[in-house]
Design a protein around this ligand. Structure first.
Ligand code: ASP
Length: 424
């Protein structure tokens, strides 16, 4: 019998994980070993396998990407198209979020700010410990972002897994590498191409374990979070979910069709393993290798565009995150009875756009940016306590959108470069 395709295997794994996680909870087990420990072990092992390739993959793919784009005009053109696409996608995502949160008003119940009736503000210890555990994550301060982008020590940045500064260094490296004498330039290019290919081969191998790994990750989340805690925040949860669905199924599909002349459904199916992986890991960074693999092998985009657009997109283009930030902040403002003037809304939109740019593609990174926006519009940072309850599941969804939007951008750029062989 033929094995089902990878996305089906992953999907089945997710369904089984929901059942297993619900049945076992965190306590169930055999002897001294809980099932939760088993989920955690399998999931972490799989994630580590993918994380292991991220640093060399980001460096090698950007260097070869930039080098293969060539000099001067070509690079400028590709860069402009990519950044234009990122900006267009992210700003539309925020507007979709703003629309839904204004229409569904999750923070207002019976015409009154829902802050008190929600009565969900976690005790300050929980909030404080969450806030302090977020320290050092990316996002937030824009000036800080630029400062951090230029690493003082490249090896240190690689050790710390600081993707933003590695991207910056790799862009420079690739740019100048092809401007040195040809003999050395060729040697370096061949070397980095080799590293890139090897990392992708390792990724393919790790991906074979995806169904088991995803099972572990999802079962772990369901076992520890459960669904019961969601009830009081249901309207907020649904607002984010609807907005994300509209963005992926309508907005991005229209962009794919109109700008890329690509069949959105085919593209979605081609990218589905990466989407499911993003959903399970809640990390764009951890999904990057798989996203590149799907884009090249299933969607038929060239190495040149894949290597250029996806690593940049993993930190610079975060539609789901930007949308979520906007909805979350406006929700809290509604719940706390803050006057939502036009100026406040513009501030939230602008800050969502700027903070999503350059945010680390790791779980719960948005929370940092949200604290920045809350401060900017005069709400207490503790308000974030309300969001913690639903954060993990919403994080899984927004990460899938983040990753998918990068692939849409890449396909549109590839089509505009007249590439052939793309799945249309
Ligand atoms: N987890 C998201 C990502 O990795 C970032 C976030 O919104 O928290 O893309």
């Amino acid at each position: 019998m033929r094995k089902p395709e990878l996305h089906w295997q992953i999907l089945i794994a997710i369904l089984l994980a929901v059942v297993a996680g619900t049945l076992s909870g965190t306590e169930g087990g055999i002897g001294n070993v809980t099932f939760y420990q088993v989920y955690d072990f399998v999931g972490t092992l799989f994630l580590n396998g993918l994380r292991m390739v991220i640093v060399p993959l980001v460096i090698a793919s950007i260097i070869t990407g930039i080098a293969s784009v060539g000099t001067g005009k070509d690079l400028g053109r590709l860069g402009l198209k990519t950044m234009g696409c990122f900006a267009l996608f992210t700003s539309t995502a925020i507007l979709v979020g703003l629309f839904f949160v204004s229409v569904m008003t999750p923070g207002i119940v019976d015409g009154e700010p829902a802050g008190e009736s929600l009565n969900l503000t976690l005790d300050s210890d929980t909030v404080n410990s969450t806030l302090s555990s977020m320290e050092g994550r990316d996002g937030g301060d824009i000036i800080e972002l630029f400062i951090r982008m230029v690493p003082t020590n490249v090896v240190g940045a690689a050790v710390a897994g600081d993707i933003t500064s590695l991207i910056f260094f790799s862009l420079l490296f690739g740019y100048f590498m092809i401007r040195i004498p040809e003999r050395q330039a060729t040697t370096l290019l061949v070397f980095w191409q080799g590293v890139n290919e090897t990392m992708l081969a390792i990724t393919m191998w790790v991906m074979k374990f995806a169904p088991i790994g995803v099972f572990g990750l999802i079962a772990r989340t369901i076992a520890s979070t459960g669904f019961a805690a969601f009830a009081p925040l249901l309207v907020f949860f649904l607002t984010v979910t609807f907005a994300l669905m509209v963005h992926i199924f309508i907005v991005l599909s229209v962009y794919l069709r109109v700008l890329g002349k690509v069949n959105p459904l085919k593209h979605l199916v081609a990218m589905s393993p990466a989407l499911l992986m993003a959903f399970s890991s809640a990390s764009s960074n951890a999904t990057l290798p798989m996203n590149m693999e799907c884009l090249r092998n299933n969607a038929g985009v060239s190495d040149r565009v894949t290597n250029f657009v996806l690593p940049l997109g993993a930190t610079l283009n975060m539609d789901g995150t930007a949308l979520y930030e906007c909805v979350a902040v406006i929700f809290l403002a509604q719940a706390y009875g803050l006057d939502l003037s036009f100026a406040t809304q513009v501030t939230v939109v602008m800050l969502s756009l700027m903070t999503s740019f350059g945010m680390a593609g790791i779980p719960a990174a948005s929370l940092v940016a949200i604290t920045v926006i809350l401060t900017a519009i005069g709400l207490p940072v503790e308000a974030i306590g309300l969001l913690l309850v639903t954060d993990r599941i919403l994080d899984m969804m927004r990460t899938a959108i983040n990753v998918y939007s990068d692939s849409c951008c890449a396909v549109i750029v590839a089509r505009s470069e007249k590439e052939t062989g793309i799945l249309v």
